[in-house]
Design a protein around this ligand. Structure first.
Ligand code: G16
Length: 571
């Protein structure tokens, strides 16, 4: 599959119907379902998400949009069929841009216009996009598709394929893949300079990770590695289990992996996975206090773009190490390597967090002289902010994140290779280069993040409890509230304070003020579920719980809550 360069005179027809008259017959076969009613589909935090039964027309149209985006960019774009952490009956679309990142935000409006158009208006919307973006419709349009394990995913990916073919697109369907794998393939195929050693294929992806892991652990006695206890991975009954099994096979004795919660033995994301562990603060199903004390474990989400770690200590108490703790571990690695290489003043390093970041993580990073910036919830915002640094680490507390190294940093490091004589510096350079190879540069990737965590624990010779002890989280609590229309809740840009409804804003401020020193709380409408999320932090767990519940009640009272007022936490 190759992409073609722009032709000098773009072929912009008065209407796409001139080129594709078949649209008139095909579009009515994929009308918006009556069950959608007046509901407006929103592109949200990470694409469209809803009950799979009402998304058929959306998938057909998003196949078309991905092709238009490809024609515009003269590069491959992608479409992932997944609703990630959402419950099994839901599904969703994540569109992947030519650089391997998420769809450009300037195109989200087109996605929404297309998804929400009545059948007779679809051609008009397509024509507007083509005209506004000056798209040469005769250009080649190449898209990659992949899907998660949901029952509805195969059919919906077929609809996306049909939509793409209708607009003359070439489609390569990768079948079952994690979301970050699809992002990785697109980044690699579009940027040949990254395509060293055939990393663009699925097998190449595993080779790339295994090779980098081997380099990062090469200084460690191999016998010690072989004797190391396994990492127990809760795969949320999702696609991560299938892909991790292939990776684990390639890792062999370098890292023992025990897979739990596969698609065959339970319902996707139900009482397990990263979302459950991090939001409910409960160990996943399939793990128990009695059988798993002292075992190092982690949880992926439904499409394996998030990971959080956890363990039962010897007393049987369960501990969560979330995305904040992963970011701190990673930041320590890069800060130390830059210092050894005497590059700390030349190459900027920063961590991007969201309002959900625990106050203790922020304090830890500041105490270790790491710059910290704040972004709105959603990796698309974090990713953007992380570009302010030469090495930008972004992690949401929910375990979604990665590390991005700018090309000029990679060039600088490569140039140093032949000049270094000091063994410590050579080791630091080899390490930082291997880290760049291991960490998915396109998007947060649970498999590559988990391997990087493991490599660093091996390097430090730390148990999970020793890593956990780098700082102690301030007590916090999360919950969510169903309201009639979540768009009535408005927040400041960084989402730390509500701005509307006015009565809710006043209620939250007053509840926080009376919750003791260091208390904070915020509410925000979810971008993936029909709910308003609540976060509270306080000096004690009882204080955080009481504040979260009081704020949840305030949301219910002042923002149009459905049913009874909240009396318990909902993950
Ligand atoms: C998506 C986004 C994440 C975001 C999460 C929750 O995750 O990619 O960046 O944190 O949704 O969003 P919200 O609180 O708005 O529902 P995933 O893993 O579900 O794709």
């Amino acid at each position: 599959m190759s992409t073609t360069a722009a032709s000098p005179a773009a072929a912009i027809p008065a209407s796409i119907l001139e080129k594709v008259p078949r649209l008139m017959d095909e579009l009515p076969k994929h009308s918006k379902p009556a069950a959608l009613g007046d509901k407006v589909l929103s592109y949200g935090t990470a694409g469209f998400r809803d009950n799979a039964d009402i998304l058929g027309s959306t998938f057909h149209r998003m196949g078309m949009l991905a092709v238009l985006r490809s024609k515009k960019e003269h590069k491959i774009t992608g479409l992932m069929v997944t609703a990630s952490h959402n419950a099994a009956p839901d599904n969703g679309v994540k569109l992947v841009d030519a650089d391997g990142g998420m769809l450009a935000q300037s195109w989200e409006k087109y996605a929404m216009q297309l998804a929400n158009a009545n059948t007779e208006k679809v051609v008009e919307v397509l024509d507007t996009i083509i005209r506004t973006e000056k798209i040469d419709v005769d250009q080649t349009g190449n898209i990659f598709i992949a899907r998660d394990t949901r029952v509805s995913s195969e059919h919906l990916s077929e609809l996306a394929r049909e939509g793409a073919l209708l607009l003359g697109g070439n489609v390569l369907d990768f079948g079952l893949q994690t979301t970050p794998q699809l992002h990785h393939f697109i980044r690699m195929w579009n940027h040949e300079q990254y395509n060293k050693g055939d990393w663009a294929s699925e097998a190449g992806y595993y080779n790339m990770l295994v090779d980098a892991f081997k380099q990062l652990t090469s200084g460690v006695d191999q016998k010690k590695l072989e004797m190391r206890t396994p990492l127990y991975v809760d795969c949320a009954h999702g696609v991560g289990a299938i892909q991790l099994a292939k990776l684990a096979k390639d890792l062999g004795d370098m890292l023992h992996i025990e897979i739990r919660n596969t698609p065959e033995d339970g319902e996707l994301n139900f009482e397990c996975g990263a979302e459950h562990a991090q939001k409910a603060r409960k160990h996943p199903a399939g793990f128990s206090r009695d059988a798993d004390r002292g075992k190092r474990a982690c949880s992926l989400d439904g499409d394996a773009d998030r990971v959080v770690f956890h363990y039962f200590d010897v007393q049987g108490e369960w501990h969560l190490l979330d995305g904040d703790k992963i970011a701190c571990l990673f930041a320590g690695f890069f800060a130390e390597k830059l210092k050894t290489l005497e590059l700390a003043s030349e190459i900027s390093l920063g961590v991007v967090q969201t309002a959900y970041a625990n106050g203790a993580a922020y304090n830890y990073l500041k105490a270790n002289n790491v710059q910290v910036a704040m972004a709105k919830t959603g990796v698309k915002y974090c990713h953007h902010k992380a570009l302010d640094y030469d090495i930008g680490i972004y992690f949401e507390a929910n375990g979604h994140g990665t590390v991005m190294m700018k090309d000029h940093v990679v060039d600088r490091l490569h140039k140093m290779e032949s000049t270094l004589t000091d063994e410590k510096k050579k080791y630091a350079l080899a390490n930082i280069t291997a880290a760049h190879q291991l960490i998915n540069q396109a998007v947060g990737d649970a498999l590559s993040d988990a391997l990087f965590v493991e490599a660093l624990l091996i390097q430090h010779d730390w148990s999970i409890a020793q890593w956990d002890a780098i700082y102690q989280d301030l007590p916090s609590r999360q919950t969510k509230v169903k309201i009639a229309d979540r768009t009535v809740v408005k927040t400041t840009e960084d989402e730390t304070a509500a701005t509307a409804p006015e009565a809710l804003k006043a209620a939250v401020e007053s509840l926080v003020a009376s919750a003791g020193p260091n208390a904070r709380a915020f509410v925000r409408p979810s971008g993936t579920e029909d709910a308003v999320r609540v976060y509270a932090e306080a000096e004690t767990q009882e204080g955080a719980d009481a504040l979260a519940l009081a704020v949840a009640k305030a949301v219910h009272e002042h923002a149009g809550g459905i049913g009874d007022a909240p009396s318990a936490f909902v993950a």
